[in-house]
Design a protein around this ligand. Structure first.
Ligand code: CMP
Length: 224
């Protein structure tokens, strides 16, 4: 079985046979870059695990502005809120690049939760972790300036999508500058200014839908 899958909260505590049985009850979904999996507000009763690619989760305000609540990569899970608390999807899910997902319906998950407290505990832990992150993001929106939030977002993306490069860490985030701004919760102009400033200081290099972080220490200091 795929290593990525074995590391997800859903599978982490299962032995080989149980993992194979759960995997067999999931359906594989291929998305091309830009494909929408579901809209914010849609009804939903499946959760998804990202096997390959990147998914952006976005919310739209009444006047049409977009905010990205998260960008998820391999091994990360989403869509569980509507499953545990039946109601409309709290965000829309769109593929940033060609992606492969595994979907698990509520009907398939329920027996696992009833018979395997370790699976239920792992899912609760994943949700608790997300709440911590959301609280951190909320505090950052209140207490940090835009450059600080940009630095933090880049470091967070680098921890998940970064690969070593000759002069630093190459982070292929696959977002436009508009999407990066939506993730940071600021205007494109302000985020561009912060990126240009960091580039001018030699802390990073800008590439199309990617950055190379060349001074992680200074970016970390700036993110605090
Ligand atoms: P659901 O509401 O079913 O569909 C959208 C999904 O986005 C949601 O479940 C969560 O899995 C995910 N999601 C919503 N808010 C956040 C957030 N703040 N951080 C990370 N993921 C989120």
């Amino acid at each position: 079985m795929d290593d990525v899958l074995r590391r997800t909260p859903l599978f982490a505590t299962l032995d080989v046979d149980a993992a194979a049985s759960l995997r067999a009850s999931m359906n594989e979904i291929e998305l091309a870059r830009g494909d929408l999996l579901f809209h914010e507000g849609d009804p939903g009763d499946s959760l998804y695990v990202v096997l390959r690619g990147k998914i952006k989760l976005g919310r739209t305000s009444g006047d049409g502005r977009e905010n990205l609540v998260a960008v998820l990569g391999p091994g990360e899970m989403f869509g569980e809120l509507s499953l545990f608390d039946p109601g409309p999807r709290s965000a829309g899910a769109t593929a940033l690049v060609d992606s492969t997902l595994l979907g698990l319906s509520s009907d398939e998950l329920t027996p696992w939760l009833a018979t395997r407290p370790d699976v239920a505990r792992a899912l609760l832990r994943a949700i608790a972790r997300r709440l911590r992150r959301t609280n951190d993001s909320m505090s950052d929106l209140v207490f940090s300036d835009v450059p600080g939030r940009v630095a933090k977002a880049l470091l967070d993306l680098s921890a998940r999508f970064g690969t070593p490069a000759e002069d630093g860490i190459h982070v292929a985030h696959d977002m436009t500058q508009e999407e990066l701004a939506q993730l940071v919760g600021a205007s494109r102009e302000t985020v561009n200014k912060a990126l240009a400033d960091f580039a001018g200081r030699g802390w990073l290099r800008l590439e199309a839908r990617a950055v190379v972080l060349t001074n992680v220490e200074r970016l970390s200091q700036r993110s605090r």
